[in-house]
Design a protein around this ligand. Structure first.
Ligand code: UDX
Length: 458
């Protein structure tokens, strides 16, 4: 078993550290934030991720994982140091590498034995070449150091499972020594390993994420056309999915992709291409479609309602997807300010994301608008004039169509996640607008209610 240090305890770093400990390695996670370190030592995870705290507590109890701010002691005799710090997007779309540079310098000044530095953070192609050079430039002791690329593919909400049962481990190395060491570190996971050179590994990460983003934007584009021609995007996706070359995953049309990866990585790759004098047209198109898609429902509702001023608006779901408290690039962040600007009286529900959302949009007045956070959906729907669904949380999915009709003042629902069956919403008397499917307009609702009444009378 090996001695591993992990720099950064965000989604990538912490989950990697915990999983390496779980398979038997000796792990020290390094973070600059003392409070966060103390929190983790006490068994509390700084991020909401299923199964993570249990593994943190279990491995801490047996001494296989520890947390510290003292990077020197963590790095000095590590066999491998994994870098999992953030590479946030800069205003021009490129990745900010300052956190990586800081860690690289700390590593150079601390290591006292041969060491493999493994970059897990998503970084522009060729960054690892530069990180290696940077570390060597600042190296204090006479030791061998190499940099390997090992991109992370975990999805939030299933991070621990994704790491322990990854479909593939990508390792990008430039020497046999580095390749063999990384292979050994991953041996206990018993997962398929694809070994390539460093630049290809860096590229695999972007190419994979951007392909998935493209797939979603493609389906959203098709969904918008489906609405115009009277087709149903869910049926279209189902028909497509039987072709094994297309596959059945990531074909769900909706309110656009969010999160910490797809929006950032599409823009970063477009930027990398630009720097090399190339225009990555497919990725550019994916970004454009996604930007429009995020406010698609708001635009539809604006046409239907003329104004939101003084209306009670139920917002169900704030996070960029279920299973996480992360709001990064969530559709709610685009739509809620628009609604507030228009004077909406918002009642927002999210089982775990409300607290984070309230940090950006505190409860209370915002100009003409107002936002209240509620802990149960019924309170949000009660007397509401319109409802927006932005995240497909289980709690939201469990609301039966009849509830909207019973609780809302006007049963008018804009569903960005295609949760409901259109016919069932129509039968329940709900005016229902979703993505890429037939809209249940008010006339249709009235008509179906008339039919119902006739049926009762006859
Ligand atoms: C993604 C990748 O899945 C993961 O491999 C990578 O390491 C990081 O980026 P994540 O951002 O956690 O993971 O979430 P993911 O489940 O991929 O969803 C991203 C966004 O796409 C969400 O907003 C989700 O709602 C949206 N999405 C996903 C769709 O709109 N339709 C789909 O069919 C799938």
């Amino acid at each position: 078993m090996y001695k591993i240090a992990v720099a950064g305890t965000g989604y990538v770093g912490l989950v990697a550290g915990v999983c390496f400990a779980e398979v038997g390695h000796q792990v020290t996670c390094v973070d600059i934030d003392e409070n966060k370190v103390n929190l983790m030592k006490s068994g509390v995870s700084p991020i909401y991720e299923q199964g993570l705290e249990e593994l943190m507590q279990k491995n801490y109890a047996v001494g296989r994982i520890d947390y510290t701010t003292d990077y020197k002691s963590a790095y000095k005799d590590a066999d491998a140091i994994f870098i999992g710090v953030g590479t946030p997007e800069q205003p021009d779309g490129s990745a900010n590498l300052s956190y990586i540079a800081t860690v690289a310098r700390q590593i150079a000044e601390s290591i006292e034995k041969d060491c493999l530095v493994v970059v897990k953070s998503t970084v522009p192609v060729r960054t690892n070449d530069k990180v290696e050079q940077f570390i060597q430039d600042f190296l204090v002791n006479d030791v061998k150091v190499e940099v390997a690329s090992n991109p992370e593919f975990l999805a939030q909400g299933s991070a621990v499972h994704d790491s322990l049962h990854a479909e593939r481990i990508i390792i990008g190395t430039e020497s046999k020594w580095a390749e063999e060491l990384l292979m050994k570190l991953y041996e206990p996971f018993n997962l398929p390993i694809v070994s390539v050179n460093r630049r290809s590994a860096e590229m695999i990460k972007y190419a994979s994420n951007d392909f998935l983003a493209l797939k979603i934007s493609y389906m959203n584009d098709i969904a918008n056309l489906c609405e115009l021609v009277g087709a149903d995007v869910q049926d279209v996706a189902k028909g497509m999915s039987y072709d094994a070359r297309i596959g059945s995953k990531f074909l769900n049309a909706g309110i656009g992709y969010g999160g910490s990866c797809f929006p950032k990585d599409t823009k970063a790759l477009e930027n990398i291409a630009k720097q090399h004098g190339y225009e990555l047209r497919t990725v550019k198109a994916a970004i454009e479609v996604n930007t429009d898609q995020k406010t698609m429902l708001y635009k539809k509702a604006s046409k239907r309602l003329i104004t939101f001023n003084g209306l009670k608006v139920a917002v169900l779901g704030l996070t960029f997807k279920p299973g996480t408290d992360d709001l990064r690039e969530a559709a709610s962040l685009e739509n809620v300010p628009l609604l507030l600007e228009q004077g909406a009286d918002i009642y927002a529900f999210d089982p775990v994301g409300a607290e984070n959302f309230a940090k950006v949009h505190p409860e209370g007045k915002h100009g003409k608008g107002n936002i209240t956070y509620v802990s149960n959906i019924e309170e949000a729907l009660d007397g509401a004039n319109v409802c927006f669904i932005f995240t497909e949380w289980g709690e939201v999915k469990s609301v039966i169509p009849r509830k909207y009709k019973e609780l809302m003042r006007t049963p008018l629902v804009y569903d960005g996640r295609n949760i409901y069956n259109v016919t069932e919403m129509q039968e329940a008397g709900v005016e229902y607008h979703s993505i890429g499917r037939k809209a249940v307009e008010r006339e249709v609702v009235k008509e179906s209610r008339n039919l119902e009444l006739q049926a009762v009378r006859s």
